[in-house]
Design a protein around this ligand. Sequence first.
Ligand SMILES: [Mn+2]
Length: 321
Amino acid sequence: MKELNISEMSKAVMSLKKVYIIPHVNPDGDALGSSFGLCRFLRENGKSADVVLEKEIPQAYAFLNGDYILTENASEKRDVIVLDCGDLSRTGKSEALFNAAEHTLVIDHHETNEGYGEKCTVMGEMSSTCEMIFNLIKAAKLKISRDVAFALYTGITSDTGGMRYSCTSPATLRAAAELLETGLDIAYINRMVFENNSLKKIRLKGMVYDSLRILADGKAAIVRMTKEMLEKTGANEDDSEGFVNIPRSVEGVEIGIFLKEREDEIRVSLRSNSYADVSKIAKALGGGGHFHAGGCSYKGSLDETEEKILSLIKEKIFDVI
Ligand SMILES: [Mn+2]
């Protein structure tokens, strides 16, 4: 594996003729935005490019109007560009395409990415893979069309929570400004990304809000999503994206806990606002994450899981500060 800077990667990308572009499984706005953005850019510049997805695109991202092929239909031998995948397993079934390719390029912004593929560019300081694709096109000194800008802006706004998270740098905002100059409808994109929920999801969210309880003298808060809630609303687990922010947003709360009841385990998501390192809790139960975000699974009932998490939070965080 060779590590490249973004302009070297730009040259490496432009040297390929026929590529499959592969984002991570269960793709989000950045994975899809960077894939469609790069794919459109390469096609506009005379390359043969296709985005490859393992499953049909999530309905929430249909507005991107991106065309793609499913992994099982990607039958040609082509070079592969992997986007927004912190490790190779995140390519899911498309890993086979990666393994069969002559040339493999990896472009990603996950700090935990240790590098893989023939050539790799990882920039943990970037807000999004879309911001990296923007820089890659700038390095090639080629034009960014409105279609490309539409996809890239979607990914940047997704991964920065609408330019609110700390990953938003001055350079991110300058990139966003330049993308907007192509004539994008910023209100439309942000509405599609943040304010376009299915009725099922809103009903589910209402139930999850109702489960909110305050723990640890107001320093932690918890919400639960049960299998029954999913049955009642007809929603699925994908609809719970972002719910972990509900408990974290209660005034005075440092740690937010979200428990999802699955068939044979409870999935635990943790978030902290400032001083609590929640990855310590996640790691203690065999999971992982970062300082402010962690996740793990636990075999037990919802009540047992809550009890376990709460005792770990007290022992590893509130007792030591
Ligand atoms: Mn991303």
